[in-house]
Write a protein that binds this ligand. Sequence first.
Ligand code: LRH
Ligand code: MN
Length: 388
Amino acid sequence: MPDVTDVKSALRGQQIELPSWAFGNTGTRFKVFPQAGVPRTPQEKISDAAQVQALTGVAPRVAVHIPWDKVDDYAALSRFAADHGLSIGAVNANVFQDNDYMLGSVCHPDPKVRAKATAHLLECVDIMDATGSADLKLWFADGTNYPGQDDIRGRQDRLAESLAQVYTRLGPGQRMLLEYKLFEPSFYTTDVPDWGTSLLHCQALGPQAQVVVDTGHHAPGTNIEFIVALLLRAGRLGAFDFNSRFYADDDLMVGAADPFQLFRIMHEVVSAGAHRPEAGVAFMLDQCHNIEPKIPAQIRSVLNVQEATAKALLIDRPALAAAQQAGDVLAANAALMDAYNTDVRPLLADLRGDMGLDPDPVAAYHRSGYQDTIIAERVGGTQASWAS
Ligand code: LRH
Ligand code: MN
């Protein structure tokens, strides 16, 4: 069995990156339900993210989304984050909410629109220079709704041309993370629909281009841990956008809909040693808390990742390898299931004690009174939200 001290030190070093937009109002095409106390500014989003870090100790970064987190002074925003015990993580570009992007952004038939979109991506690299962020995260809503609407191959050429322009702008130590998504908002083709398309573009660009696996962006029944193992083997897994879903891109709390899938994914990650920060895989949450209180939901999500990681770290790997080698199917499966069926909550509560943290961060948050404070203070102004 793995040594608990090693498991605890691995868990202590875990780093989970929070999405600033999860603290704002979000919803579906049917309705965005506003919640009291929601941030009005990027600074207030950072203050909320700092609560999650203060109570879990493993969420030291907050990803920003431009223009949702647009400010006049990004270096000052980075200092504000540092004053709250955080650093600014990935800079997410947004070329999916401007009227000009109806037929696409970097894949649009009109070169003027493509130039506008590429300029925004380059502006995001400037922001990375100011915030000290290493990652430029790119998701494109680009696609088509009807056969014949546009040239599938031509759109790939346009995408490659824009990505190449941005890639050359990256500084040393900076990465381009290309996220794929099967469908939505486009319903016939999506220009980056799957891991293969993202990987092809990343390999064409160079080593600083890596793939983002958003766990909500696959066809039902997709074996995501297989994709993870493959991308890790190719050295091209740059990041996760963790969430969970029952049907489509539901963006629910990671591990809520399918904790066993999250465990299987973390098993592949731990098998490759990619759970260690120095391995360079960014573990980001990308979620929308449409009906649940946002800060406790983010805390719960971090705990779900910790629990899946702890179970993966508790797999008796020598026994697993021996059973796999011997073709002992049941023993090999049992090695994983024994770990998965282990209640790791006492170990994590113990670890939090070692870290000087409350063993139950969600309860500690409710006791802190922070929620009542922000509801009382954050009156007036415009609440942050996705809505364009
Ligand atoms: C697209 C996506 C992408 C983000 C957005 C908030 O569905 O997953 O990662 O930019 O959500
Ligand atoms: Mn995502």
